[in-house]
Design a protein around this ligand. Structure first.
Ligand SMILES: [Zn+2]
Length: 290
């Protein structure tokens, strides 16, 4: 109701002044974005589907062009794609394999090399409560860093989906109430399950990346609405808490700009600052001034 009155007020001002003083899609003042899910492989090649040039310069260009002032990069399971990009406000998550090197990670977290831990579930074929991951949770508590899970569809066909289904995150969320957990991709297509795990647990968040990947300019507006806007809009309202969802793209699998525009359609304008910036800043502890 409040929004309706604001819109009417904006339209009235438009009529009086003849300029777009306030429209539905206008960004809030000082609108900034944190992309909570990117990768820094930097292969130097263009992604076959998205057409994105996978290079550091290309990433920084896209961030600058879209006022993306920070990002969370997920390393692969051997961390071979790690690069220190902290000066660009890019935080890296330690990508865990099946048997993480706990001693090394302890040192790396102490030295702020990583600001989060990423667990690949379906790719590694281990559930969140797998004994190999329990030392990771101890480190996450010790260094107060969030733990991100890949959930939902898997890129690799030899991965096993049963491990990538988000319901199993509920158990570790309850067991470790002091750790913030992030459900990457909002469990897509198990969006309702992921939304319930987010809604029920105060320490569980979700990034809303990669609902569609590739060149989104080649997708119809109806596809964008059906596969990106609708599920994210439904989840946002279901969770009843504007602090729970975080914008993300999965760059370089898609360009940032069209994904930003799609998510704007899904989230009420008065909550853009939370979903596009504040929530990721809080969960991943970006420094003040980001
Ligand atoms: Zn990813």
């Amino acid at each position: 109701m409040k929004m309706f009155h604001l819109l009417k007020f904006g339209l009235l001002l438009n009529l009086i002044t003849g300029c777009a003083y306030f429209t539905r899609d206008q960004e809030p003042a000082n609108f900034k974005i944190i992309d909570a899910h990117i990768h820094t492989h930097f292969s130097g090649d263009r992604d076959e589907d998205s057409g994105v040039l996978d290079s550091e310069a290309s990433l920084l260009d896209e961030m600058k062009a879209n006022n993306v002032v920070g990002a969370v990069a997920h390393t692969n399971r051997t961390q071979s794609d790690y690069k220190d990009l902290k000066k660009h406000n890019i935080i890296h998550c330690y990508g865990s394999g099946a048997k993480p090197d706990i001693r090394k990670l302890d040192i790396d977290l102490k030295n702020n090399k990583y600001g989060c831990i990423k667990i690949y579930l379906g790719y590694v074929r281990q559930y969140p409560n797998d004994p190999h991951y329990l030392p990771l949770y101890k480190l996450a508590e010790k260094y107060n860093v969030p733990v991100v899970f890949h959930t939902g569809d898997t890129y690799a066909k030899d991965a096993l989906l049963k491990y990538a289904e988000p319901l199993s995150i509920d158990e570790v969320a309850v067991t470790y109430p002091n750790i913030n957990f992030v459900i990457a991709h909002l469990g897509n297509p198990w969006v309702e399950t992921a939304a319930e795990v987010v809604y029920k647990n105060s320490n569980v968040y979700a990034d809303i990346s990669a609902f569609l990947i590739g060149d989104l300019s080649k997708r119809s507006p109806a596809d964008i609405e059906e596969y990106v806007v609708k599920p994210i809009r439904w989840t946002f309202h279901f969770c009843e808490n504007p602090k729970k969802l975080m914008f993300g793209t999965d760059w370089s699998l898609t360009h940032m700009k069209p994904y930003i525009e799609a998510v704007k359609k899904a989230i009420p304008r008065e909550h853009w600052n939370d979903v596009f910036y504040n929530n990721a800043k809080m969960v991943f502890k970006f420094p003040d001034g980001t």
